[in-house]
Design a protein around this ligand. Sequence first.
Ligand SMILES: Cc1cc2nc3c(=O)[nH]c(=O)nc-3n(C[C@H](O)[C@H](O)[C@H](O)COP(=O)(O)OP(=O)(O)OC[C@H]3O[C@@H](n4cnc5c(N)ncnc54)[C@H](O)[C@@H]3O)c2cc1C
Length: 552
Amino acid sequence: MTTQRRSSWLDGEAALSRILSRQLGAAWEKAKPRVQRMGEQAANEGSTWAAQADRNPPKLVTHDRSGERIDEIDYHHSYRQLQQLGYGGGIVAASYDPALAPERGDAPKSLTFGLGYLFGQAEAGMYCPVCMTDGAAYLLQKFGTSELKERFLTRLGTSDMNRVFTGAMFLTEKQGGSDVGQITTTAKGGQGVPGEAVKLYGDKWFCSNVDADVIMILARPEGATAGTRGLGLYVLPRHLENGQRNAYRVNRIKDKLGERSFPSGEVTLEGATAYLLGGPGEGFQQMTVMLNLSRLYNAIASVAVMRRAVVESIAWAEERVAFGKKVIEHPLMAETLMDMASEQRLALNWAFRGVSLMDRLESGKATEEERRTLRMLTPLLKYVLGKLAVSLASEGVEALGGNGYIEDWPLARVLRDAQVLPIWEGTTNILVLDTFRALRKESGHEALFSELERGISESPGDLQPRLGQMFEELKTALTELVSDATGEHAWRDWTDRASFLWNVTTSFSKSLGYGTATDERAARRVFSKYARSTLLRKDRATAADVRAIAFT
Ligand SMILES: Cc1cc2nc3c(=O)[nH]c(=O)nc-3n(C[C@H](O)[C@H](O)[C@H](O)COP(=O)(O)OP(=O)(O)OC[C@H]3O[C@@H](n4cnc5c(N)ncnc54)[C@H](O)[C@@H]3O)c2cc1C
């Protein structure tokens, strides 16, 4: 069913190897066999398992044969294989497992996301539980007591399938997803001491990976203030220390548009035992720390979806003959594919710029400027790339013609799965609001502007006047927006312009390790496509150009 079979998706994308080699440094040689293996398996059996798991979604089994409530999930065996590939392949363990230290060097997130990117090209569904498992581990590492770490972190961060725990986030309630300040789930008991046990009561409305072993859950301690300030974050284990099922019910699992391979449940907490992570009232702040990681996961998944769309579209166009020649040889098709491949290349470069900043932050090497750059970049990456993933997946479906729309071919599923990317971990408007929060509270524009200044100075000379003019317009617009009481109406428009400049200029930047001939060509194309110039673009793409930009 997969049109394109490659020995490894790593070999098929030279740009990825360049990025990982640069970011991992000396550790790359040690990490390479693992990444290569992931690239091979994702391209071959991983893609088959993903298609099977999508067609055979999990089922909720509420009772056993004796009528006892069990709330277990019955998975198709293909999903178990995907778990083996994802967790066993080390996507999460790359950042935590001591055994993988030589492979990650100082760049744990580059290894995690290198593996995750390849996995996500096969299966954007189970990638979500993987993301939440990392999120749970990340939170425990930062805020957990030594007891909580010992009990949960060591098993969330392992690639040993006999021991591994998976994670989940139960945040959203019926009345509030974006607006988590509306959360009504209540935590009873406890004095607000980190690690202490409480009992949880209430309903959660979106609980993906609902049978996870370790769940991060937002709740409000009894009597705490309203809004986000009163919230606490708790660790909810699926099983109690005595091995019994914890006191919550899975009411049903949702019938989703895509991402069908894993279960998203609706849950009622009936006095479930959970442990306070950090202090009382710190829950919202901790959740935002976790969101920085999960938004990066989302951005990488988006680039992976785009890559799959590009690879499948090119493979098809290389074989399909229409009007006497391969469709890739037709000028308009070559241009279409060239645009897709160019946008994907820029997305890859930009997203891994974010990953490299996160590595610096996590290793304690980041300057204050780099911290603020990442703070600005994270919502923008998630915003722009989530939307672009849907757009490229849709273009890919069309590139395959009628077959693209048919579920026997992979891109129909890829498109269905992609639609979640702009929604979870913050919808588009919420990300715009977050961007402006970073601008106002942390002077994020200073970091953004110095990043753009550097990028523009490294851009080709003939483009610098236009890029410079757009940059000046951006700065002027921001000054106006800040003093305009109705400015919020224009925030999304401003965010679009800022992220467009940032995305394009990153790929021109040699000092960041980009700026190869293919990076430059891709960035020029994307720039001319969206810069709304009245001139028709001069770049003419051939089939050979498409292959060069996609695979070198
Ligand atoms: C497949 C899937 C799996 C999920 N899994 C999980 C999970 O495991 N755990 C979990 O906690 N959640 C999960 N979610 C929930 C998801 O995180 C929320 O749906 C998302 O955060 C949006 O919240 P909402 O649905 O309440 O939408 P709302 O907050 O009601 O938003 C509706 C619309 O209003 C817009 N909007 C809201 N506020 C503003 C504002 N101030 N200004 C401008 N526009 C605004 C939004 O952008 C959006 O377009 C999942 C969702 C999906 C689809």
